[in-house]
Design a protein around this ligand. Structure first.
Ligand SMILES: *[C@@H]1O[C@H](CO)[C@@H](O)[C@H](O)[C@H]1NC(C)=O
Ligand SMILES: *[C@@H]1O[C@H](CO)[C@@H](O)[C@H](O)[C@H]1NC(C)=O
Ligand SMILES: *[C@@H]1O[C@H](CO)[C@@H](O)[C@H](O)[C@H]1NC(C)=O
Ligand SMILES: [Mg+2]
Length: 271
């Protein structure tokens, strides 16, 4: 277990992962994790700054916010940091035209780009059942036509939990493309440093005064710790008991769920 209390420090900003922390995703949309709706409200009312950092790449931020609002959460699009807008920023900065291997729901985020033009990079997201031999083979060929191949991966999650089952995330597909064309993907989204720092900058909070709450021990907790934030692991979502003895990441703390985290944080704030 972690030494010291993660909640003793002067926490001014909290980054919240969404899936597995606020709600469980299911085929029907989702089920709020008990206490999480209230926890977000209490946190915001206390004056702590809050941003939501998700690796969700199957839909637009607007669709995600609409879904969460329907479930009862209070949040808005500018508070959400997601990989697709981060990828778009990178494409614009480098003047790249993408070939997209993504889930159709996220396409509107890329409407600024000419998808009919000859691609100068590949952007891959959690394309779910769009991943198959044909789409992978096609994307592989697009990469081979570039010199050098430019591969941008929206997150590198290994797997996630959906409707009670673990499912492959984008990471294994990115690794297959890297292997095939011998390149290294540029990662946008968690656990990339710029992703966490962008959210902190938006809140105006320094890393040492911030904490990331997540269910993914490597990408949420470990990723945030590498940027100087504290990383708090919830025992919801994709948490597994083996995370308590993870070979690489030692969270600053473990909590049962988000509500438990907010209880501790607010009890010890400014004392
Ligand atoms: C969310 O999913 C986890 C893991 O499958 C499960 O233990 C938990 O009971 C679920 N919570 C809700 C509210 O569905
Ligand atoms: C894979 O790509 C090759 C071209 O490199 C093509 O001939 C073949 O039809 C593709 N296979 C599938 C199943 O798409
Ligand atoms: C990645 O996204 C899935 C849903 O698309 C989610 O369940 C999972 O927790 C996310 N992983 C991280 C590191 O946030
Ligand atoms: Mg998660």
């Amino acid at each position: 277990m972690a030494s010291g209390n993660w909640y003793d420090s002067a926490i001014e900003g909290v980054l919240l992962d969404i899936t597995g922390v606020l709600y469980n995703s299911t085929d029907e949309g989702g089920v709020p994790i008990p206490g999480s709706i209230e926890a977000v409200k209490r946190l915001k009312a206390s004056g702590v700054r809050v941003r939501f950092c998700t690796n969700e790449t199957q839909c637009t931020r607007q669709q995600l916010v609409d879904k969460l609002q329907r479930l009862g959460f209070e949040l808005s699009v500018p508070e959400v940091f997601a990989p697709a807008p981060a990828a778009c920023q990178l494409l614009k900065a480098r003047g790249l035209t993408p070939h997209l291997l993504v889930y159709p729901g996220v396409l509107p985020e890329f409407e600024a780009f000419d998808l009919g033009a000859k691609p100068t990079c590949v952007v891959v997201g959690d394309a779910a059942d769009i991943f198959n031999y044909e789409t992978m083979n096609n994307t592989f060929r697009k990469l081979l036509e570039m010199d050098p191949p430019v591969l941008i991966s929206m997150g590198v999650g290994k797997y996630y939990r959906h409707g009670g089952e673990l499912m492959l995330d984008v990471g294994p597909f990115t690794k297959a493309l890297e292997y095939a064309v011998r390149c290294e993907a540029i990662v946008v989204g968690k656990p990339d440093r710029n992703f966490f720092l962008g959210a902190l900058q938006d809140m105006g909070v320094q890393p040492q005064n911030a904490i990331m709450v997540g269910d993914d021990i490597v990408n949420d907790v470990g990723g945030a710790q590498k940027c100087g934030l504290k990383g708090l692991q919830v025992r919801t979502g994709k948490f597994r008991p083996s995370d308590e003895h993870h070979p690489e990441v030692r969270p600053d703390g473990f909590v049962e769920n988000l509500a438990h985290a907010v209880d501790l944080l607010l009890q010890h704030r400014k004392k």
